[in-house]
Design a protein around this ligand. Structure first.
Ligand code: SAM
Ligand code: SF4
Ligand code: SF4
Length: 377
């Protein structure tokens, strides 16, 4: 079959805001234009992936003709570590490595060891985690843990082998991902979280089997609404299964009770499995519902994203990033880069999901929007 080519985004670079004198705020209290603190840095370490999930890197857009970034364009481990250190100085407390598929980045354990050594201004450790499709996890879990990684999130869209093979686009067997999850747990990368993107009519039949499989296993399963990220997945609202429907379905089989958030800005609403005593039974665990489309959470969004080639994005739905790599490679001092980070965050007013319903059809089509595999979700 002839390959259908979809033009990918020209990642236009936004001009840097002018830093205020002194960075505008003392360390640790940086707030954006809507009063949101900067806490969570997601670092995409590669544009490559060994899967072709239709909702993220459809093969029609990411086929043989796709131009991948050359190695020289990627931030080096030293550049990533320096950037993370400067973000930690300005309030970041959580780092998440992502991609593309982060376990494809050669020597990822070395980067992890470098990031583990970073400290907050108060001398505390940063929370370090990684999101993976799990394909290489059985092989790498031990080395990741030995390098100092705290925990992992594994993406898994179903237990049925045929459904899973179809969704990952490369006929990859589900048993290998399940083996990766087991290896992560044995290595102590706990708690393991599993993310399932739910698409109506594609894998909604997998919701109850997934819940039954992970209930009481120590793994927290989270259901994510299919999002209109990027411009290549052909998203339509009818394909979204609202979290409310997922919850109603779960409750036909398992009694659940609402749990308090564990941290401000948490994306998932937590629901605990109810035990024989009528209350949440921690041994049975919990599920999370991430309702990025139907119950937006922009008001608390404390996340910033760094692409593999060093662009900073303030929102998952942005079409322009700030060129941090240029600053890192132009010989700017730490103080100059920290001031630039502060200016970028302080000017941030993004709240795409809150505005989604009021967008013009042209804006909603997402032309120019960066792909999820570029900024890592
Ligand atoms: N390759 C790794 C993985 O799949 O876990 C890390 C990168 S992937 C872009 C990060 C997360 O984004 C995954 O959990 C994936 O399921 C999610 N994701 C990708 N496209 C999405 C979409 N259109 N809607 C919702 N989640 C999406
Ligand atoms: Fe690859 Fe992850 Fe995107 Fe799937 S969701 S195509 S595994 S980057
Ligand atoms: Fe944050 Fe943008 Fe998502 Fe809103 S739409 S929660 S601002 S990433």
């Amino acid at each position: 079959m002839a390959e259908r080519l979809i033009a990918l985004v020209d990642h236009r670079t936004a001009p840097l805001p002018v830093p205020r004198a002194g960075g505008g705020a003392p360390a640790g209290t940086l707030r954006d234009a809507r009063g949101r603190p900067l806490r969570d840095l997601r670092i995409s370490v590669t544009d490559r992936c060994n899967f072709r999930c239709g909702y993220c890197m459809p093969v029609e857009a990411f086929g043989n003709a796709h131009a991948w970034l050359p190695h020289s364009a990627l931030l080096s481990f030293e550049e990533i570590t320096r950037a993370a250190r400067l973000f930690a100085a300005r309030g970041v407390r959580k780092l998440r490595l992502t991609g593309g598929e982060p376990l494809l980045r050669k020597g990822i354990e070395t980067l992890i060891a470098q990031l583990v050594a970073l400290r907050t201004p108060e001398g505390g450790k940063l929370d370090l985690t990684l999101t993976t499709n799990g394909a290489l996890l059985a092989r790498k879990a031990r080395a990741l843990r030995d390098a100092g990684l705290d925990r992992v999130t594994v993406s898994l869209d179903g237990l049925d082998d045929a459904v899973f093979r179809r969704m990952n686009g490369v006929d990859f067997p589900v048993a290998d991902v399940l083996a990766g999850i087991d290896a992560a747990r044995r290595a102590g990368l706990a708690p393991v979280k599993v993310n399932m993107v739910v698409q109506r009519g594609v894998n909604d039949g997998q919701i109850l089997p997934m819940a039954a499989h992970f209930r009481g296993s120590g793994v927290t399963l989270r259901f994510i609404e299919y999002m209109d990220v990027g411009a290549t997945n052909g998203w339509r609202m009818e394909q979204v299964l609202p979290s409310a429907e997922v919850l109603a379905l779960l409750q036909t089989r398992f009694p659940l009770t609402s749990l308090e958030p564990t941290a401000p800005g948490e994306t998932a609403r937590r629901w605990g499995y109810v035990g024989a005593n009528g209350r949440h039974d921690p041994a049975l665990g919990e599920v999370g519902l991430i309702s990025s489309v139907t119950q937006t959470f922009c008001g608390d969004c404390n996340r910033i994203r760094l692409s593999m080639d060093g662009k900073l994005f303030l929102c998952l739905f942005a079409s322009q990033g700030y060129d941090l790599r240029a600053l890192l490679r132009e010989g700017k001092t730490d103080a100059e880069i920290e001031a630039a980070i502060a200016a970028i965050w302080q000017a941030r007013a993004d709240r795409y999901s809150e505005l989604r319903a009021s967008l013009t059809p042209e804006a909603a089509r997402g032309r120019g929007r960066v792909e999820m595999s570029y900024i890592g979700g």
